[in-house]
Design a protein around this ligand. Structure first.
Ligand code: SF4
Ligand code: SF4
Length: 129
């Protein structure tokens, strides 16, 4: 997951969740995440870069099913949870929900587009207008 610069406005924020059939954050294209070095220690950065496939997607990503093939063993930076967001991004647990939703929205928009069914689905699941 990458750090979002977005904030959610004019919406009632729901609870963060990962939705099925997404997989957007498994696109690891480093050029899209220029601040990687700011929040990943050297060893994790190495792990991250070793996971990037030629097409920019994680080598552990199952495109057909849009699923992680090493889910239980996935690295810390793939785990969207308050303690990780605090240690990586300095996000207080109380801010986690809004921030994590914004991260997903930004990632989904970047990968699938602002008009994508993936973003619509995500917003339906996590926010109410
Ligand atoms: S971007 Fe968010 S919803 Fe999509 S796979 Fe990643 S954590 Fe799940
Ligand atoms: S390890 Fe799994 S969750 Fe992490 S980027 Fe790769 S496919 Fe996605």
């Amino acid at each position: 997951m990458k750090k979002s610069k977005l904030t959610i406005k004019d919406k009632q924020i729901g609870k963060w969740q990962c939705v099925s059939g997404c997989g957007a954050c498994c696109n690891l294209t480093p050029e899209e995440r220029p601040d990687l070095e700011e929040y990943l220690p050297k060893e994790e950065l190495e792990t991250y870069l070793n996971m990037v496939g030629e097409d920019g997607w994680c080598i552990n990503y199952d495109h057909d099913h849009r699923k992680c093939q090493i889910y239980e063993q996935r690295p810390r930076f793939c785990r969207v949870q308050p303690d990780n967001f605090e240690s990586m991004f300095g996000i207080e647990p109380i801010e986690f929900n809004e921030f994590a939703i914004a991260c997903c929205q930004e990632q989904i928009t970047g990968v699938y587009g602002v008009e994508s069914p993936e973003l619509k689905h995500y917003n339906q699941e996590t926010t109410q207008n």
